[in-house]
Design a protein around this ligand. Structure first.
Ligand code: NAD
Length: 383
């Protein structure tokens, strides 16, 4: 808990400082599908202006809002009003909070509502919420009338650094999470750090797991920064800076491999085991918490296979712990948990494409037979 309090106190410091600074814009270069990610303390008017520019001249804008956020945050309604002052036919639909909006039933409801409200192919969606909201809205935008435009305002740390960028959209089905979806890039991502004011500390910490992942796979300096800042006091502007660095990692990887035919798979570092633990917990663990455990497992496996430099496991585990994230993967990897890896969609026949990190800032992918993987994980974590 002490680590969490420190990390969160520090995050608040970063936010206060960020609110005095300007907007950082990171371009996602994808040819005709290029767009900007804006990280800003901007406030409603600036955000709405950017949304209006990015969406061009839509015939209407359907704003999909995470309902919990809608109740908690005073920032939602002014943003919608500022958008309505610039774009036509702006109407709001509240979605079930968090992961419960990621169902096909919820998608059918949204598409029905869009049709009932007369939104045509020239209309656009705007998501305001966390990763669940943007996954839902992006997927609805991908399939409604065979595809309309969308933009997203991520309101959780995890959505800002990961879920909102890259164009993966989708929902869950009984067979597994994110098994139905589409690639559909947004027209813009507008991250107003002020939204994080109302985010519970546990959710902030969970988002930091993806930031640590970004450092491990592609930005050794980010890892150094996190270690320097996650202790007694984060330097002012710390959070804004690490968000920007993590977004740059995601953008660089997505731009190189939009549809995950190769390098993009490194973003799955920590996710193969993390998803299994997340599902086995009955989704009691937050996604980022499970990814923290998955990162520790992946590093332990890398050390056991002679791929990962030995000190990195302890280093990363100490950092995750200081950020208030769980690292006790040893106690959570029963064989029954590992069996869940078999339904992971990264599995190709009997081999899993497993992401390993040899040293900070570098990731490789190895095909590992499923049986071998389970055995090695159990043995690596028992020592
Ligand atoms: P989330 O969207 O479920 O939000 C977490 C909780 O925070 C919810 O209860 C929500 O109501 C609440 N909330 C959101 N913003 C808030 C705010 N500012 N203040 C207070 N409460 C707020 O969770 P998440 O961690 O943002 O995203 C997780 C989802 O993202 C998962 O479904 C995961 O599969 C998906 N994801 C997608 C990608 C991608 O590339 N598409 C990448 C990573 C994760």
């Amino acid at each position: 808990m002490a680590g969490l309090r420190k990390a969160l106190g520090a995050c608040a410091l970063g936010l206060r400082d960020a609110s005095r600074k300007g907007v950082t814009t990171i371009s996602v270069p994808l040819g005709q599908r290029s767009y900007d990610v804006c990280i800003a303390p901007a406030g409603a008017t600036d955000m709405a202006e950017k949304i209006a520019v990015a969406l061009g001249k839509p015939t209407g804008v359907a704003v999909l809002v995470d309902s919990r956020l809608g109740q908690l945050s005073p920032r939602v309604q002014p943003l919608i009003e500022a958008v309505a002052a610039r774009l036509p036919r702006v109407r709001r639909l509240d979605l079930a909070a968090g992961e419960s909006c990621k169902t096909l039933t919820a998608i059918e409801r949204t598409c029905g509502w869009l049709a009932d409200n007369g939104y045509d192919r020239g209309a656009a969606l705007l998501a305001i919420g966390g990763g669940a909201t943007s996954d839902h809205a992006g997927f609805a935008a991908a399939i409604y009338l065979r595809g309309i435009a969308y933009a997203t305002c991520p309101t959780t740390l995890l959505a800002m650094v990961d879920a909102s960028v890259g164009g993966k959209t989708g929902v869950d089905i009984a067979a597994g999470k994110n098994l139905v979806g589409a690639f559909h890039q947004p027209r813009a991502v507008l991250a107003d750090l002020g939204f994080l004011d109302s985010l519970p500390g546990r959710e902030v910490a969970a988002g930091m797991a993806e930031v640590v992942k970004a450092g491990l796979i592609a930005d050794a300096a980010l890892l150094d920064t996190l270690e320097a800042q996650a202790g007694a006091a984060l330097a002012p502007a710390g959070l804004a800076k690490v968000i920007e660095a993590a977004v740059r990692v995601k953008v660089e990887v997505v731009a190189a491999d939009e549809r995950e035919s190769g390098r993009r798979a490194i973003l799955n570092f920590g996710h193969t085991v993390g998803h299994a633990i997340e599902a086995a917990s009955g989704f009691q663990l937050l996604h980022g918490e499970a990814i923290s455990l998955g990162i520790v497992a992946a590093l332990a496996l890398g050390v056991a296979r002679g791929v990962t430099e030995p000190g990195l496991l302890a280093r990363a585990a100490a950092l995750l712990d200081r950020l208030g994230l769980p690292v006790d993967v040893k106690h959570r990897l029963a064989p029954a948990v590992l069996d869940r890896i078999e339904v992971d969609k990264k599995r190709v026949s009997d081999a899993v494409r497993f992401v390993l990190v040899p040293r900070p800032g570098q990731a490789i992918i190895e095909g590992i037979a499923l049986d071998e993987l389970k055995k090695q994980l159990l043995s690596a974590l028992s020592s």
